[in-house]
Design a protein around this ligand. Structure first.
Ligand code: PA5
Length: 482
């Protein structure tokens, strides 16, 4: 008990069990056939298998035909020529319209991708600008203009399902101005990914003749990475998007199984839900692989925005949710681990490890001649990295801190696709267990409409008044003293 061998990812949850972490873990009999958790998971699987492809669960079918075939061919038709023609691709988006792209690029391309010459890169440089910090967008545009002063070889990939998001709209308007200044037609330098039929971005693109790809109906931002939202920028950079979707489809099949012990999505959700009920409400994702660190950023949005809900589906106030935290091994062993072992015992740790780093692995040479360092000689860096992870898992057991491990054989498109789909399923299961709607985000609306009010959007002035009534006046020039 405590582990399951999957065709592609190995998940080991032994360190979540009471045999390892005492009262801070789960009794193994809680997870066997006939247990409450087993029956709850079986009911949730039946529910999710019935609702897949409907409502906001259209994401479940992104890795399967017909959606898959349609998306892959539409993405390739635009990404293939863009890969040849452009030297720079700049993605403009935020939240679910950027985090997946960032995670895919970081996992599947070298950290030095943009520093490589064109021949070694094989495609354009990629910049994903997911904020309106002016120094951020400004520095990316300045860098691009240093080698492409009139944007001749630059493509902007604007991603916004609604087309209403202030940050993405503002970025896009700046870019539109820059292209116009150099006499560049939007339709030749922009690919937009937006709602297929409605919304501000859709009507603007139709009017301007800008090529578009769809964010399909029934696919919310944080579940959209396996749609054209994530596939386009990945394909432009040469990621094998079919392998990505193959991995997701394989995980989909596993996560549709009725038995808890053969369904990794149901099992991880059960562990986190049961441990959450025992006060382990902070969930740390700790990859031992720099390329997967930003996958933990993508996970944070998925977990936080999907599960953090004030009301359950019956309207009862529940204040549900868990706080997702990202950490990096081994780096955070020298930073966070002190707190993790001796601070509040309110966390579950998910280690993400990699079996084989392939050609990237390095061997530590012999001949240093220092006795105290001789133990490192002839070892690979991956052996050191994975020994440190195992040592940390041991140290956590010593402190009675529950943890699990997801091991990837290699970081490639297939395994990353499986990993993404796995966490989307864990989130769907956790939503069912918590009895909340995992697909809405009502709490982010207030900030959005208040921003509209503060920025002077017609019809939103009442929000400016509300902000000032609550926070006082923030204009130093006003002198009202509020
Ligand atoms: O997950 C979500 O729904 C959000 O994070 C959105 O992706 C984000 O707010 C951006 O929205 P849009 O794509 O409409 O610009």
């Amino acid at each position: 008990m405590g582990g399951s061998l999957l065709p592609m990812l190995t998940i080991n949850h032994s360190n979540c069990l009471s045999a390892r972490v005492g009262a801070h873990g789960l009794e193994p009999e809680m997870l066997v056939s006939g247990s409450l958790a087993w029956d709850r998971a079986a009911r949730a699987t039946a529910q999710l298998n019935a609702s897949r492809g409907t409502g906001w669960e259209v994401w479940r079918d992104l890795a399967n035909n017909p959606a898959r075939g349609a998306h892959v061919s539409a993405v390739r038709a635009l990404a293939g020529p863009a890969r040849e023609r452009f030297e720079n691709v700049i993605v403009l988006g935020i939240g679910g319209s950027a985090l997946g792209n960032i995670a895919l690029h970081s996992a599947l391309k070298p950290a030095t991708y943009n520093l490589m010459d064109r021949a070694r890169r094989g495609g354009p440089r990629l910049f994903i600008v997911d904020n309106v910090d002016p120094s951020y967008l400004g520095s990316v545009l300045a860098e691009v203009r240093a080698t492409d002063p009139t944007y001749e070889k630059t493509l902007f990939n604007v991603v916004s399902k609604s087309g209403e998001t202030a940050e993405t709209a503002a970025q896009f308007m700046i870019v539109r101005g820059g292209l116009a200044k150099h006499g560049r037609a939007l339709k030749d330098h922009v690919v937009a990914i937006t709602d297929p039929t409605k919304g501000t971005m859709r009507s603007f693109c139709d009017k301007e003749g800008i090529p578009t790809l769809p964010v399909p109906d029934g696919v919310g931002g944080r579940f959209s990475v396996l749609s054209p939202v994530g596939l386009f920028s990945a394909a432009v950079c040469g990621v094998d998007i079919e392998a990505l979707l193959d991995g997701a489809a394989e995980m989909d099949a596993l996560c549709s199984k009725g038995d808890l012990d053969s369904n990794p999505g149901a099992m991880l959700a059960t562990l986190l839900y049961e441990l959450g009920g025992r006060g382990k409400v902070n969930h740390v994702m700790m990859p031992y692989c720099n390329g997967l660190y930003l996958m933990a950023d993508w996970f944070r949005q998925l977990w936080a925005e999907s599960l953090g809900k004030r009301f359950d589906t019956t309207g009862k106030e529940v204040f549900a949710g868990y706080t997702p935290i990202k950490a990096l091994g081994t780096t955070d062993q020298h930073s966070q681990v002190q707190l993790y072992r001796e601070g509040p015992n309110d966390k579950v740790f998910g280690f993400i490890t990699v079996e084989d780093f392939g050609d990237a692995d390095l061997t530590i040479p012999t001949g240093m001649g220092v006795e105290s360092l001789a133990y490192l000689e002839g070892k690979t860096l991956s052996a050191l990295l994975n020994a440190e992870q195992r040592a940390t898992a041991f140290a956590f057991v010593e402190s009675q801190r529950p943890s699990f491990e997801i091991r990837m054989p290699r970081v490639d498109a297939h395994h990353v696709g499986a990993f993404i789909y796995l966490w989307e399923m864990v989130t769907a299961y956790a939503g069912v267990f918590l009895g909340i709607d995992a697909y809405d985000q009502p709490a982010v609306e207030t900030g959005k409409v208040a921003t509209f009010g503060l920025m002077g959007r017609d019809g939103y002035s009442e929000w400016k008044d509300k902000v000032e009534a609550a926070l006082g006046c923030d204009s130093p020039a006003c002198g009202c003293g509020a």
